[in-house]
Design a binder for this molecule. Structure first.
Ligand SMILES: [Zn+2]
Ligand SMILES: [Zn+2]
Length: 311
């Protein structure tokens, strides 16, 4: 049974991992030529499975229907054949004559399912050139499993920005004021934490690929701006202050410390925060207030730092 690709030549696929079920598309010719039968990677979760495990539920359903129709056709043909034999065995001269007739319903023809709409975000793997398409974020190439750190970083940063852009819509869509404000606050605070995590992951991969001969650094070293900067300085001869202005670096220092408070102190300011961040706007025991604009500023500086490190 043929499975149709969409108008741009992409096939629909779905991750077979129960928790994931991520839907994506892959160019039909790359599915044929680049993907190995024994191992396909989910672009979203990285799960691997044989190439025959990636049909979408719609495709499986259509294949089942086609199978049933095919079987029905064969049963009908066999019954007709039996009936003809039976009829032939009847003596034309007997007093009582019986004939058998098989009424077969017309055979069902099921069509292969329509391919889903083309997806906007198309990706070409920098390692193997496999072309695939997703909605939202993708981290792995389905053919070779390559994890493009820069792609992942850009996507995370854009994702946070898009979530911030959607805040007025979130406020308008939730009628309960308390729930609306809590949701908005969570999106903003998560945005700050995710921005710094994205930078940390990116810096780790960059460090590991640029300086493979150096010893593996302490876990989470890039979660701290000062430690990350010292490590980078030892390896590359440059520190963060070579890439950012003093004002940018001190703002980023504050945001990194705020991330720590959100992650480990439920946002409650302690003495360490005040010392390390140099933020005089708070007293010990206060609750941090993070604004949408602060997260955007943090994203800008993080992008600047990351691209300077990369180049
Ligand atoms: Zn998956
Ligand atoms: Zn690849």
């Amino acid at each position: 049974m043929p499975i149709h690709s969409d108008e741009e030549g992409y096939l629909d696929r779905e991750c077979p991992a129960q928790e994931c079920q991520f839907g994506f598309k892959i160019l039909e010719e790359d599915w044929r030529d680049k993907v190995r039968d024994e191992k396909v990677f989910c672009p979203f979760c990285g799960h691997t499975a044989q190439s025959d495990k990636w049909y979408t539920p719609e495709q499986v359903e259509a294949v089942k229907k086609a199978g049933v129709a095919q079987l029905q056709g064969r049963i009908n043909a066999a019954m007709k054949h039996d009936a003809e034999q039976w009829n032939r065995r009847q003596s034309p001269n007997s007093f009582l004559r019986m004939t058998m007739k098989v009424n077969s319903r017309p055979q069902q023809v099921s069509l292969p399912p329509m391919a889903a709409e083309p997806m906007r975000m198309k990706i070409t793997c920098p390692a193997c050139a496999c072309r695939y398409a997703v909605i939202g974020a993708a981290f792995f190439c389905p053919a070779c499993g390559h994890n493009a750190a820069d792609l992942m970083f850009t996507q995370s940063i854009n994702g946070i920005r898009n979530a911030l852009d959607a805040l007025p819509g979130v406020r308008a869509a939730i009628s309960d004021r308390d729930i609306a404000e809590t949701t908005v606050r969570l999106i903003i605070e998560n945005g700050l934490q995710n921005a710094i995590t994205a930078f940390q992951r990116y810096a780790e991969v960059l460090y590991a690929t640029r300086y493979p001969s150096l010893s593996v650094p302490r876990r989470n070293v890039f979660q701290s701006l000062s430690e990350g900067s010292s490590l980078w300085h030892l390896a590359s001869g440059k520190q963060y202050s070579d890439y950012l202005t003093t004002a940018e670096l001190s703002a980023l220092t504050k945001y990194f410390q705020q991330r720590h408070l959100l992650a480990h102190r439920d946002g409650l300011v302690d003495a360490d925060y005040i010392t390390r961040s140099g933020d005089s706007a708070y007293r010990e025991g206060q609750r941090l207030v993070v604004r949408d604009a602060s997260v955007r500023e943090c994203l800008t500086f993080i992008e600047k730092l990351a691209s300077s490190m990369a180049s």
